[in-house]
Design a protein around this ligand. Structure first.
Ligand code: GTP
Ligand code: MG
Length: 473
């Protein structure tokens, strides 16, 4: 049976007083694994996994003082639920509120591999901890005011970053750049509201103490800033997915060989049989300012073969989405035809690439054409330079003056705020609404920004955001 949203929500909220535990590191073999515990019972629960000092060695030595000195890694022997030795590990305790979650936190740093960490987790659960839900540690940090929601999303983005661009944006967001920008906007909105309140309290003073044009100017300014912020969103997709460079041309032109040469590894199958590549092969290569997604496509030709035709349809779709197209062909006449045909399939700039330069003794350079050999590597540097220059023309510079918004959630809330401020401005300009009514638009805009920051009671938003996190985070 489907649970209602309200049930799911309050269920999660009801779990807040629990002490939670999770393996925070990725599963698999590694040198170390980290197990975290957070909650009011973190210290007594964690203690059950730690052997009292001296126990089992003839009773010599003293008891480990528990909890150990705060925020200092302490060497301990871990035991399983039956009391058998499990590992020698480091434990660090962080008494709340001076911890990542704001609650009492214990972090075990154990030897890696599947057995120790999961057995430790089992011991902790038997001692009363509950396995954490995805993102629950970070959720608690937000609820306890350690982070705002945008910073929490910054952590998720940081973990997921696969390019320098995404990493940079995530670090900025975690550092609070977007939060501060929104706080500034929010406080400007509150100032506007305050001015209006004055107007509401003293309505009889025609053109009295408040300056109508000043209100108009600041509303317009706020709208502009929000529009600029929304305008940074495409950069998030570019940082994540890369600028798309599509290699296209007739079968056997050497596209797959060129892709392999450009990315420096054999990612696409190469053969002398025309029609080798069927599906689009994509390789993301990190680059500045944006990563590049090279896409090798099926050779373009009229084919009766159903599989090949599907591949050619995929080629057409990729061409329509490309930031840049490399038109590849192995002789000059075919290259001319290829460029002309591709121009009907894409609006992206097209670089004419004359392949297999090692094979013939044609001209070394032809105007408007880059000559390369995937086999010998000749011309590859020149091609890379051309690709970088062409991409610089079609992709935006990363904005330095404004933080970037990275999620559809941000855009949606900002769009609401902008819409409300716009409605307010229009009403104010036309003197169409009485000030108290116009002011409700500003309230709604502030509310939209609060939702973004997660600063108000936004149970559903929190639940939605943290569902996408990994366990142990
Ligand atoms: N001499 C020489 N041969 C090349 C070069 N690049 C590719 N070839 C050969 O050309 C043939 C086709 O290469 P592919 O890279 O598979 O060509 P493709 O354009 O991907 O072909 P399809 O996937 O069928 O559309 C293979 O036999 C390659 O070894 C090159 O730079 N020099
Ligand atoms: Mg191919």
């Amino acid at each position: 049976m489907r649970r209602s949203k309200v049930e799911a929500r309050s269920e999660r909220a009801d779990l807040r007083g629990d002490t939670i535990a999770a393996v925070a590191t990725a599963p698999g073999i590694g040198a170390l694994a980290v197990v975290r515990v957070s909650g009011p019972q973190a210290f007594p629960i964690a203690r059950r996994a730690v052997r009292a000092h001296g126990a089992g060695d003839g009773g010599q030595g003293s008891e480990t003082t528990w909890p150990p000195v705060a925020r200092r890694a302490t060497s301990v022997t871990l035991i399983d639920a039956e009391g058998a030795p499990l590992d020698s590990a480091l434990v660090t305790v962080f008494p709340g509120p001076y911890s990542a979650t704001g609650e009492d936190v214990v972090e075990f740093s154990v030897h890696g591999g599947a057995y120790i960490a999961t057995t430790l987790l089992t011991t902790l659960v038997r001692a009363g901890a509950r396995p954490a839900l995805p993102g629950e540690f970070t959720e608690r940090a937000v609820r306890n005011g350690k982070l705002d929601l945008l910073q929490a999303e910054g952590i998720a983005d940081l973990i997921e970053a696969r390019s320098a661009a995404t990493h940079r944006a995530a670090l900025r967001q975690l550092g609070g750049a977007l939060s501060r920008q929104l706080e500034t906007l929010r406080s400007a909105l509150l100032d506007l509201e305050a001015l209006l309140a004055y107007d509401i309290d003293f309505p009889m003073e025609d053109d009295g103490p408040i300056d109508r044009s000043r209100i108009l100017a600041s509303a317009t300014q706020l709208e502009t800033t929000i529009a600029q912020l929304i305008g940074t969103f495409p950069q998030a997709a570019l940082g994540r997915d890369g600028a798309m460079v599509v290699l296209a041309g007739p079968p056997n032109a050497g596209k797959s060989s060129l892709l392999n040469a450009l990315v420096g590894e054999a990612r696409a199958i190469v053969s002398e049989i025309p029609g080798t590549t069927r599906d689009a092969i994509e390789v993301l290569v990190d680059a500045q300012p944006w990563p590049i997604r090279y896409v090798d496509t099926a050779g373009l030709r009229v084919s009766e073969e159903p599989l090949e035709r599907l591949g050619i349809e995929v080629s057409h779709r990729r061409l329509a989405e490309a930031h840049l197209v490399l038109a590849c062909a192995e002789d000059e006449a075919s290259l001319g035809r290829t460029v002309a045909e591709l121009a009907t399939r894409t609006t992206a700039p097209i670089v004419a690439v004359w392949t297999k330069r090692d094979q013939d003794d044609g001209p070394i350079d032809a105007p408007g054409v880059v000559r390369v050999s995937a086999q010998t590597g000749v011309g590859l540097d020149a091609l890379q330079t051309v690709i970088r220059a062409a991409l610089a023309m079609v992709t935006p510079e990363p904005t330095e003056s404004l933080p970037t918004v990275t999620r559809a959630r941000h855009v949606a809330s900002l769009a609401v705020a902008r819409g409300e401020i716009g409605a307010f401005r229009e009403a104010w300009e036309a003197a169409a609404l009485p000030a108290p009514v116009a002011a409700t638009h500003l309230r709604a805009a502030v509310h939209a920004l609060d939702e973004l920051l997660g600063g108000i009671d936004v149970e559903e938003i929190l639940t939605r955001v943290f569902r996408t996190f990994c366990v142990g985070k």
